[in-house]
Write a protein that binds this ligand. Structure first.
Ligand code: PLP
Length: 407
């Protein structure tokens, strides 16, 4: 067996199952989960129809890994409308089967493990695929804490020069999971300057870009590059997805765009790995990227939900409306520290909340790693507001009562 497999950490939901194994949820309440970040709003009908209409012809051929021109052109046109960015659909866009597999596969394409100290840098807390991608590519992960005092900005300045010198790839997550923080232009400039100095590649994970709560849409990586005059997108690839934008996590569809010199080897890698997208999925995906009305409506639903739920939770928890994405990343009251022997405050909070009010939240320490004695997720919980507003509001009211009675 590949010995690197043993480096993979249990997934947060596996750890949650273990934490809850001997908990009996209060039967007076029906279960509500804010645990998994899986979109629950309805899939638009036109998208289902586009998929069904493509089935007749869409299953009879092997698709090309590069995807059909119609899909790549739809992706490029969306980038132009959304970010004012021009890319060549033939050389700077590639469809992928969701951003998860693409993020993982890209690390396998980029990392040269024969170089001493090959390093992959990413935020802490983080989406766990980043760490697995590092381990299996033969790179060592370097975790960079986000700073709650600066709207959870990732503390890139904390990375030593010696680490940057060995860095081959970094993952940026903006809007961030779980913090919802959007990276501003000056931070992009900092990363571009570092990339120019040290030669590393930037993979920008932007799958939450269309769920935001303020007037201005989140800045994208390619958009930042364009604003800074980097129109060749050197050493930069953005990863986006329909899962959250169009409520189709089961479709497995996204795309990457950016530096043509990165797309070329990635396409080669994907050809061998078998990363081609089904023609039927391609047809549905092109329809989805070409339509914006459903995205506007989806965003409106999240805005209304967050406007209702956040104030109820803010009465008892240190939490506020994030820049974007569909999570609340809240600090738990100090009273939960040391509450249950052997458990962190966030684990104790999650266990007791399930036992008393039958609501599931994810302990923040499961989404982060301890570095120099500090786990930046410790004493935080992640709440995914993906369910219907009434259900999320009911969960918020129960959490409110829970904190009130346990504080
Ligand atoms: C930060 C982040 N990136 C990527 C993904 C993967 O999404 P998908 O593979 O559905 O595009 C997720 C999914 O939850 C995520 O939270």
């Amino acid at each position: 067996m590949n010995p690197k497999l043993s480096l993979l950490q249990p997934y947060p939901f596996e750890r949650l199952r273990k934490l809850f194994a001997d908990v009996t949820p209060n039967p007076d309440y029906r279960p509500i989960s804010l645990g998994i970040g899986e979109p629950k709003h309805a899939t638009p009908d036109f998208l289902k129809q586009a998929l069904a209409a493509a089935l007749d012809t869409g299953l009879t051929t092997y698709p090309a890994t590069a995807g059909e021109p119609a899909l790549r052109e739809a992706c490029a046109a969306w980038l132009q409308r959304r970010y004012g960015v021009s890319v060549n659909p033939a050389t700077q866009v590639l469809p992928v089967n969701g951003s998860r597999e693409a993020l993982f596969a890209f690390a396998q394409t980029v990392i040269d493990p024969t170089q001493p100290g090959a390093t992959l840098v990413f935020p802490n807390p983080f989406y766990q695929i980043y760490e697995g991608a590092a381990f299996l590519s033969g790179a060592r992960p370097h975790y960079v804490a986000s700073d709650p005092a600066r709207n959870f900005a990732v503390d890139w300045d904390s990375v030593p020069e010696a680490v940057w010198a060995q860095t081959q790839l970094i993952f940026v997550c903006s809007p961030g999971n779980p913090t919802g923080a959007v990276m501003p232009l000056d931070e992009w400039k900092k990363l571009f300057d570092l990339s120019d100095r040290f030669g590393f590649v930037i993979a920008s994970d932007e799958c939450y870009s269309e769920i935001y709560f303020r007037d201005e849409p989140p800045l994208g990586g390619l958009e930042a590059a364009r604003q800074l005059g980097r129109t060749d997108f050197k050493n930069l690839l953005m990863f986006t997805s329909l899962s959250k934008r169009s409520n189709v996590p089961g479709l497995r569809s996204g795309f990457v765009a950016g530096d043509a010199e990165l797309i070329k080897p990635f396409l080669l890698y994907r050809t061998y790995h078998g990363g081609a997208m089904s023609p039927a999925v391609q047809a549905a995906s092109a329809a989805a990227w070409n339509d914006e009305a459903h995205v506007v409506d989806n965003r409106r639903q999240y805005c209304e939900k967050f406007a209702q739920v956040t104030p109820v939770l803010a009465q008892v928890l240190d939490v506020s409306l994030p820049d974007a994405a569909f999570y609340l990343w809240a600090e738990v009251p100090t009273v939960f520290a040391g509450r249950l022997p052997g458990l962190t405050a966030d684990e104790a909070f999650a266990r007791e909340l399930l036992a008393q009010y039958n609501v599931t939240v994810l302990p923040g320490s499961y989404l982060a790693r301890e570095v120099a004695g500090v786990n930046p997720g410790k004493a935080r919980i992640r709440m995914a507001l993906v369910a219907e507003p009434a259900e999320c509001l009911e969960a918020a009211r129960r959490i409110n009562a829970f904190v009130f009675h346990n504080d």
